[in-house]
Design a protein around this ligand. Structure first.
Ligand SMILES: Nc1ncnc2[nH]cnc12
Ligand SMILES: [Zn+2]
Length: 331
């Protein structure tokens, strides 16, 4: 039985496995510039974030109908459940679909169909976080928030993703203020490739409650002290960092040092279909590469539930945390 955990940094479009991509391409009459899944997999060689994003946006063009989004989400939940995920807070990128003429309602209703059955079918509770693409304009982000208003009952919060460097958090000040006024929780990718200054800005200007990645926080001692003092959760994605060359090899990943510094770290999968593993695979990989103690694995699992947006259901959070405490590590 795997260690129970919450997944807090997961792009649903990044769970699109090559087999499903080809099946949806055939169903929807979308032409893919790859002969087969094998040739597609060979393209999964990334030099940085942008080189990945180019393929990520290209491949998601196969997603067109509610059924497509439903099947994508159902497949993720099944895999996640098998790796011990009890609760998932799932990112989606509506602007990437709206640009292709797919309405935000199609996306959210499709995701929602799978999420509505998730507890019963997979034993996984879920929430949705709508991300703005930071390499698009602030106006486009505001229009997206406006378009999401009929579906706010389905969305717990907003996030910020896509190409980081050159698109600092401050660009999205107004849209984050508007999201907060609507009662939405706030997170943002920061410090994945961008400097520690972007993490400060995400906290101070956007008012984020969690930092997605935060990998480069360790370059700034004052920032580390603040993140520790305020217990700001960081949603780290170790296999992603290796595949996108933010760290050379997993053995050099700062996670162990970050835990030692008292940072509230969590481990997540980001875009598991592209980066070689789902969240349980990330847990095992860091345990092996960094020599983490079993007690540190338990801390990571505990942190994931403590950092989850479960304030509306503290009883549930308490049950999940009890599962972590009762967990007995075996082989
Ligand atoms: N790792 C990542 N960083 C930024 N934007 C993303 N969109 C999907 N995955 C992402
Ligand atoms: Zn991400």
């Amino acid at each position: 039985m795997p260690l129970p955990k919450a997944e807090l940094h997961l792009h649903i479009e990044g769970t699109l496995e090559p087999e499903l991509a080809f099946a949806l391409a055939a169903r929807n009459g979308v032409e893919l510039p790859y002969a087969d899944t094998e040739e597609l997999r060979k393209a999964y060689q990334f030099s940085d974030l942008q080189s990945f994003l180019d393929l990520y946006y290209e491949l998601m063009a196969v997603l067109r109908t509610e059924q497509d989004f439903e099947e994508l989400t159902d497949a993720y939940l099944e895999r996640a459940a098998a790796q011990g995920v009890r609760h998932a807070e799932i990112f989606f990128d509506p602007q990437a679909h709206m640009a292709r003429g797919v309405g935000i309602g199609t996306v959210i209703e499709g995701l929602g169909r799978a999420l509505d059955r998730s507890e019963e079918r997979h034993g996984v509770s879920t929430q949705l976080i709508m991300c703005f693409l930071r390499d698009q304009s602030a106006e486009s982000a505001m229009e997206t928030l406006e378009a999401a208003k009929p579906y706010l009952n389905r969305i717990v919060g907003v996030g910020l993703d896509s190409a980081e460097v050159g698109h600092p958090p401050v660009k999205f000040r107004e849209v984050y203020e508007a999201a907060a006024a609507l009662g939405l929780r706030r997170v943002a990718h920061a410090g994945e490739e961008g400097p520690p200054a972007y993490i400060w800005e995400a906290l101070d200007v956007l008012g984020v409650e969690r930092v997605d990645h935060g990998l480069r926080a360790m370059e700034d001692q004052e920032l580390v002290e603040r993140l520790v003092r305020e217990r700001v959760p960081l949603t780290l994605c170790p296999l992603s960092n290796v595949r996108l060359r933010a760290v050379d090899v997993l053995e050099q990943h700062p996670l162990g040092r970050m835990l030692d510094a008292g940072l509230m770290c969590t481990v997540n999968s980001d875009d598991p279909a592209y980066f070689g593993g789902y969240v349980g695979d990330n847990f095992h990989a860091v345990r092996d590469a960094l020599g983490l103690e079993l007690e540190q694995m338990r801390v990571l699992a505990r942190n994931s539930f403590e950092a989850a947006f479960l304030e509306h259901d503290e009883g549930r959070r308490g049950r999940y945390l009890a599962e972590v405490e009762a967990y007995e590590f075996g082989g």
